[in-house]
Design a binder for this molecule. Structure first.
Ligand SMILES: *[C@@H]1O[C@H](CO)[C@@H](O)[C@H](O)[C@H]1NC(C)=O
Ligand SMILES: *[C@@H]1O[C@H](CO)[C@@H](O)[C@H](O)[C@H]1NC(C)=O
Length: 278
């Protein structure tokens, strides 16, 4: 426990430094409800100033945006339409990430392919450690319509939802790291993770910030975001409802394609935090 306190102090120091650097950045920003700016690649096209953004990937670059706001808890629902049908090598991501040398991160990654079925990867970084993939076969075509990809993040549980179906749940567990010590930023991107077909470019991903409800705070101010004044922190959101539990059990049974927790080749010993998935 002593050790943990020491690490947290270091972490806070590092976070302050990162925050300082960020304050000096300038230029290249887009306005999307004055809340987001581009951090890499093509300038996004704002389809609707209040809610809709289009990101482009071509042979020169992809595109990534980030929120100005810093969050300490929340319910973040992004509606996404992934690029066109033939999209091998394209990856469309929506994620929540802290800025520190040991970041926490939760991500949805829609993996392009040559046609349906499409895979949705989810990943987490916990205190800087990643490679915690859980992958699902999507039960719809994510390139045809908008679908919801949502994180519910409070001090008790982190839930990944796809169209209101919980597919991944990480719960606070005594003695196991839980990501509610670092503040986070909202990010989205489209990029290539392998060779893409030049005949298919440009690839266009569309993001609708449909219901991003979060506790906006300062870089080191996560404490003010933990209380029940925010609906997503209230007791009924400390665990899945019985209806959600059924959807969750079914989704895991029918659509789960890969889970690092059961990959004994990659992890001969079950990673400690796997206990925290309910
Ligand atoms: C932008 O989106 C909002 C919310 O969906 C909608 O009410 C508004 O009419 C849209 N504006 C335009 C110019 O399409
Ligand atoms: C996409 O990424 C891979 C490596 O990850 C690279 O070899 C390739 O040239 C990139 N670009 C295109 C346009 O395919």
């Amino acid at each position: 426990m002593k050790m943990r306190g020491f690490h947290q102090k270091i972490l806070l120091m590092v976070m302050v430094v990162v925050a300082g650097v960020r304050g000096e950045e300038g230029g290249g920003f887009v306005t999307w409800a004055n809340k987001y700016y581009v951090t890499w690649g093509h300038q996004p096209l704002v389809l609707n100033e209040t809610s809709e953004l289009q990101l482009t990937l071509d042979h020169t670059s992809g595109s990534r945006f980030e929120s100005y706001s810093i969050y300490g808890s929340g319910s973040f629902n992004m509606r996404i339409k992934a690029p066109q049908t033939k999209s091998t090598g394209v990856i469309t991501s929506f994620y929540i990430k802290s800025k520190s040398s040991r970041p926490d991160e939760f991500s949805f990654q829609i993996l392009g392919s040559n046609g349906p079925p499409y895979l949705l990867n989810t990943n987490m970084f916990l205190y800087g450690e990643g490679d915690k993939d859980q992958r699902f076969r999507l039960w719809f075509d994510p390139t045809k319509d908008y679908h919801s990809y949502k994180f519910l993040w409070n001090p008790h549980q982190l839930v990944f939802y796809v169209d209101d179906t919980p597919i991944r749940v990480y719960r606070k567990n005594p003695g196991i790291y839980y990501p509610s010590v670092q503040t986070m930023f909202i990010m989205g991107s489209v990029q290539n993770r392998s060779k893409i077909d030049p005949k298919q470019t440009p690839y266009i991903a569309k993001f609708q910030a449909s219901k991003l409800e979060g506790c906006v705070t300062t870089f080191l101010g996560i404490e003010k975001c933990t209380g029940p004044t925010f609906w997503w922190n209230r007791k009924e959101n400390w665990q899945l409802s019985s209806r959600e539990q059924k959807l969750y059990t079914n989704a895991r049974k029918v659509y789960l394609d890969y889970d690092y927790c059961s990959d004994r080749k990659r992890y001969p010993k079950v990673p400690q935090e796997c206990k925290s998935y309910s």
